[in-house]
Design a protein around this ligand. Structure first.
Ligand code: AMP
Length: 372
């Protein structure tokens, strides 16, 4: 029978028992993150089924099965629940009601709690502050006059963002004047917005870490990230910052993971201000672009770590065997591939996307820096 999302949900099904080899892991979302998760799951002996509406989803090329349907398609979710032992996701914007329906039937990691607290920038920032961790100043914006009042409290400058579905710099605009405020308010849909104060950061870092089904925690080394036009271009590891600041970032990440009761990998992005303190920018309750370097220089990558966490296997070592720099291949950057293939100490990863579009992530590479 088809699920009815408005019906009261029975309790969440959870388990601390390891998923047996040859069992099937369902993955909601079929982009490059789902693709790399499916590859890691296969290495651990698991089968995967991808649910994604795109018939050309990159993850489908490497998974055992692809259910081509929307995340809120009741029949598709029922098929997925029947065929899988456990469900995970690579995309945090799956409707929470769909996750709740699935988790009333089988273990789903991360849970609806992680998603409900991270899908909406306003809820997310309130959640981070309630956990005692600082963010940029932010204000809920319901109309143009609330935007005017908010801007007057943050020196007239800010970033207006949609509360939901923003990624890679989409759904956000810088504002430095009343005219720009009016234009941005209109362009972003006039509702469900948040404005943030502009942070004068020295750099951005992220921590990619995993929390297991029994609360165990392991973090990969923090990366320093460079963005252009809101899109991550490069991650450098180790981040060239004071060790105690990096340790603080890891502690804050653990605190957030515990507060979410998160299971799986999550990434926390931070602004580093004046090289001395941290503000959390956002949480991604999933594997993250700034953790792609882990596949090149760590025995257990973020992808394997996520599969281990959600399948109830022991978390792996996050030790790093070399310094490295990961770069994204965005749009026409993919033309660099022949030259990259000729380089020593370089690991290339292409996502199998046939259509090159500006701003589209086509792949990435990691330059491994040999020890001197
Ligand atoms: P987001 O999608 O919110 O992670 O924003 C993408 C990028 O925009 C960030 O990585 C920053 O480089 C920049 N950005 C976002 N919010 C702010 C802010 N409040 N102050 C300064 N830069 C920001």
């Amino acid at each position: 029978m088809s699920p009815k999302f408005h019906a009261p949900m029975p309790d969440r099904v959870t388990t601390t028992i390891a998923m047996p080899a040859n069992a099937t892991l369902g993955i909601l979302g079929g982009g490059q993150l789902g693709r790399m998760l499916a590859m890691a799951a296969a290495r651990l002996g698991y089968k995967t089924i991808i649910l994604d509406p795109d018939s050309a989803a990159p993850a489908a090329q490497v998974a055992n099965q692809h259910i081509i349907a929307g995340f809120d398609d009741p029949a598709a979710l029922a098929d997925l629940a029947k065929a899988c032992s456990r469900i995970t996701l690579e995309f945090e914007n799956v409707p929470v009601g769909c996750i709740e329906w699935l988790e009333s039937r089988l273990p789903v990691y991360p849970s609806s709690r992680s998603l409900a607290n991270t899908q909406d920038r306003l809820t997310e920032k309130r959640f981070i502050n309630s956990a005692g961790i600082a963010t940029a100043p932010f204000f809920e914006i319901s109309d143009l006059s609330s935007l005017g009042s908010a801007l007057s409290m943050i020196n007239g400058n800010g970033i207006l963002k949609t509360r939901r579905m923003g990624y890679d710099g989409k759904g956000q605009m810088f504002i430095a004047s009343p005219q720009e405020a009016a234009n941005a308010f209109k362009a972003l849909g006039e509702k469900d917005l948040i404005v943030e104060g502009l942070v004068d950061f020295t750099c951005e870092i992220s921590v990619v870490a995993a929390r297991g089904v029994s609360g165990e925690f392991a973090a990969h080394d923090p990366a320093m990230n460079f963005h252009e036009g809101g899109i991550l271009r490069r991650s450098t590891v180790p981040a060239p910052l004071d060790g105690s600041l990096l340790a603080q970032a890891v502690v804050a990440t653990r605190h957030i993971a515990d507060a979410l009761e998160h299971v799986g990998v999550l990434a926390v992005e931070f602004f580093v201000v004046a090289d001395t303190h941290l503000l959390v920018n956002e949480i991604a309750p999933r594997v993250h672009n700034s953790g792609h370097w882990t596949e090149a220089v760590c025995p257990v990558s973020q992808f394997e770590q996520h599969v281990r966490a959600v399948c109830g296997l022991p978390l792996g070592s996050t030790a790093r065997t070399a310094d490295c720099i990961m770069e994204n291949l965005v749009g026409e950057d993919v033309q660099k591939v022949p030259a990259l293939l000729g380089e020593d100490n370089l690991m290339l990863h292409l996502y199998g996307k046939s259509e090159v579009r500006p701003g589209r992530k086509m792949g990435h590479f990691t330059r491994i820096i040999p020890a001197a």
